[in-house]
Write a protein that binds this ligand. Structure first.
Ligand code: FES
Length: 563
C-alpha cells in the first residue's frame, strides 16, 4: 500500500526513520513490517474501573486477528475510560476530555486507520467525536450489552428495573436479603446496560450513522458473534484505508438525520440528543433541537425495549437488531448514505427483517405514532428542553401545577422522603443548579425520585423539571436539559415554590405562568453561584463547556459555525 499516513513516520530518511523503525521492531516485529503494510490503531477504552468495557481486551484480540488477516499491523493503545457507575462528579464532565485524548492520540501517532472500542455511555460519543476530528479511516466496534439477570422469576433490565425495585425497597416492600439478591444479579456479565439506555442507544446510533459493520450494536457481550464481528471489523478497516473512506465522508447531514430517525424509532435515550449534536459539530454540521423535534413528529417508536417498552437488548438482537429496525422504517431513511463496509445503508438493510414483531413492531402497531423524544420550548426553557415521551405517563403530558423548588440536588436528597414534604400528585418538582456549569458536569440527576409519601399513597409518577440529564435507563414524566441552565441565569433560576407551571407536550410548551415583567424583575437580581473549580481540568471545563442545546462540547473544539 502506497502513500500511507504512517510512511511519514517510518519512511523518513536518516536517523529519525531508523529510530522509529527500530522502536517498533523492539516490540518483536520483523523488518518487512515496513513493506507497505498499513498500521491500524485499536483505540481501547478497556478498564477494570469500567465493568461495561472490562472485556474489551478480548474484543481487541479478535480485531487484531482481522487486521492481520487483511495484511495490516494492529497496534492497540489505551484511552481514558469513562465508567458510568464510578466516576464523580459525573462521566459527562469527562466526555470531552476522552474525545481530546482519542483525537490527539490518533493525530500524534503513525496510524493509517483506527478501530474504536467502546460500550459504556460516554465512551461511544467520545470515540466518535475524537475520530471525527482526527478524520482518518475509522470503524466503531461496540462491546455489546450484558446478559439479563433474573430475580424472583423476573428478567432484570439493568438500571430501569433496579430503580423500580429500589422504590419497593425504600417503601419496605423488599427485605434487605432480597435487595442484596438484586445486587448480585442485576449486572451479571461484562457489557453495557441491557436496556435501551444511553449505551445501547449510542452504539445503535453509531451503527445507524454507518460507523459500524451492520448488526454490531446489539450482539450480547458474551456471545461468540461479538468476537466474530470484531474480527470482521478488523478486516474491513484495512479496506477502508484503500478506499480513503474517512469519518467526514460517512458522517454527513443525511447520516445524522438517519441517526435521529433511528433514535426516535428506538425510544432511545435523551442523552443522545446532546451527543449527536456534539458529534455532528465535530464535522461542521449544525444539528438543532428543531431537527430532533421535526424528525420525531414523523417517526413512530417501533422498538419495544425498556424503559419505553418491555423487552431487553438481547431480545432486540434475536429480533434482528438495528438492521431490522432500519428496514422497518426504511421509507424514512436516506438509503444512499455510505457505511464502513463499503455499501450504502439501503444496501445493508435491504434483505433484513424482523424475527419478532412484538420486539420490533410493525408501524401500524407502533408503541407510539411519534418518536420517543419531544423538544419543549417556552419562557421556562428559551433554548429548549427535552422529555422522553415514551417513558412518561400519558395523563401527565398535559399538566398544570404548582412548583416545589429544590435549590440543589443535596437539598432534594435531604428532603424527598420527608413525611411532611408539602407536595401532592399535582405538584411539579423543580430542581436547579444541575446543568453543565451548575452541578458541575451535567450529571444524570434529572430523575428526581418520587417522594416517599406519594409512593406510599400509590402515586408512581409526577412532573419533574431540571437542567440535569437523566440516565437513559430511567422513566417518568421528567423534563430535562432545560437551557439556558439556572447557573448561567436561565429562567429556571427564578422559579419560586408555588408558581404555576404549564406543560403541554402536544404543543411542545413549557411555561412558567408568571407575568414576563415579574420574571425579568427576578432575573435582574440573579446572582451567579460560586464556581466549583479554579484550577485544572475542572476550570477548563467551566470556562469552555457549551449549553445542552449546543451539545456541551468545548467551544474551542467546535468549528466556528457551530458555536
Ligand atoms: Fe455502563 Fe450502564 S453503567 S452502560
Amino acid at each position: 500500500m502506497k502513500n500511507k499516513r504512517s510512511s511519514q513516520w517510518f519512511q523518513t530518511p536518516g536517523y529519525h526513520g531508523m529510530a522509529r523503525r527500530a522502536w517498533l521492531r523492539s516490540e518483536g516485529y520483523p523488518a518487512d513490517v515496513f513493506d507497505g503494510k498499513p498500521i491500524v490503531g485499536i483505540c481501547n477504552s478497556w478498564s477494570e474501573l469500567n465493568n461495561c468495557n472490562a472485556h474489551l481486551r478480548e474484543v481487541a484480540t479478535a480485531v487484531k486477528r482481522g487486521v492481520l488477516a487483511a495484511g495490516g499491523i494492529p497496534l492497540e493503545f489505551p484511552t481514558i475510560s469513562l465508567g458510568e457507575m464510578f466516576m464523580l462528579p459525573t462521566t459527562m464532565m469527562f466526555r470531552n476530555l476522552m474525545a481530546m485524548d482519542v483525537e490527539e492520540s490518533i493525530r500524534a501517532n503513525p496510524l493509517d486507520a483506527v478501530v474504536l472500542l467502546c460500550g459504556c455511555d460516554k465512551t461511544t460519543p467520545a470515540q466518535l467525536m475524537g475520530a471525527a476530528s482526527a478524520d482518518i479511516p475509522a470503524i466503531v466496534v461496540p462491546g455489546g450489552p450484558m446478559l439479563a439477570g433474573q430475580f424472583q422469576g423476573q428478567r432484570l433490565g439493568s438500571g430501569t428495573d433496579g430503580r423500580k425495585l429500589f422504590d419497593l425497597y425504600r417503601t419496605g416492600r423488599l427485605t434487605d436479603e432480597e435487595w442484596s439478591e438484586v445486587e448480585g444479579c442485576i449486572a451479571r456479565t461484562s457489557g453495557h446496560c441491557t436496556v435501551m439506555g444511553t449505551a445501547s442507544t449510542m452504539t445503535s446510533l453509531a451503527e445507524a450513522l454507518g460507523m459500524t459493520l451492520p448488526g454490531s450494536a446489539s450482539i450480547p457481550a458474551p456471545d461468540s458473534r461479538r468476537m466474530a464481528i470484531a474480527e470482521l471489523s478488523g478486516r474491513a478497516v484495512v479496506e477502508l484505508i484503500e478506499k480513503g473512506l474517512t469519518p467526514s465522508r460517512v458522517l454527513t447531514r443525511e447520516a445524522f438525520e438517519n441517526a435521529i430517525t433511528v433514535l426516535m424509532a428506538l425510544g432511545g435515550s435523551t442523552n443522545a440528543v446532546v451527543h449527536l449534536i456534539a458529534i455532528a459539530g465535530r464535522v461542521g454540521i449544525r444539528l438543532t433541537l428543531d431537527d430532533f423535534d421535526r424528525i420525531a413528529r414523523k417517526t413512530p417508536c417501533v422498538v419495544n425495549v425498556k424503559p419505553s417498552g418491555e423487552y431487553l437488548m438481547e431480545d432486540l438482537f434475536h429480533a434482528g437488531g438495528v438492521p431490522a429496525v432500519m428496514n422497518r422504517i426504511a421509507g424514512l431513511l436516506h438509503g444512499g448514505c455510505a457505511t464502513v463496509n463499503g455499501k450504502t445503508i439501503g444496501e445493508n438493510i435491504a434483505t433484513t427483517h424482523s424475527a419478532n414483531d412484538d420486539v420490533i413492531r410493525p408501524r401500524d402497531r407502533a408503541l407510539s405514532a411519534e418518536g420517543g423524544i419531544a423538544v419543549l420550548c417556552g419562557n421556562l426553557a428559551p433554548d429548549g428542553a427535552v422529555i422522553k415521551v415514551t417513558a412518561a405517563s400519558a395523563e401527565l403530558l398535559q399538566h398544570r401545577g404548582p412548583a416545589y423548588v429544590f435549590e440543589t440536588r443535596d437539598q432534594m436528597m435531604a428532603e424527598i422522603d420527608r413525611d411532611d414534604l408539602p407536595v401532592d400528585r399535582n405538584t411539579v418538582l423543580v430542581m436547579r443548579n444541575c446543568g453543565p456549569k451548575g452541578a458541575p458536569g451535567f450529571p444524570e440527576w434529572g430523575h428526581i425520585p418520587m417522594p416517599r409519601k406519594l409512593l406510599q399513597q400509590g402515586v408512581t409518577d409526577m412532573v419533574r423539571i431540571s437542567d440535569a440529564r437523566m440516565s437513559g435507563t430511567s422513566f417518568g414524566t421528567v423534563i430535562l436539559h432545560v437551557a439556558p441552565e439556572s447557573a448561567v441565569g436561565g429562567p429556571l433560576a427564578v422559579v419560586k415554590t408555588g408558581d404555576e407551571i404549564v406543560l403541554d407536550v402536544g404543543a411542545r410548551k413549557l411555561e412558567l405562568a408568571v407575568a414576563q415583567d415579574e420574571i425579568e424583575g427576578r432575573l435582574a437580581s440573579f446572582q451567579v453561584p460560586p464556581r466549583h473549580y479554579e484550577r485544572g481540568y475542572g476550570r477548563l471545563f467551566l470556562d469552555h463547556v457549551t449549553q445542552a442545546n449546543l451539545g456541551c462540547d468545548f467551544d474551542f473544539l467546535m468549528p466556528e459555525v457551530n458555536r
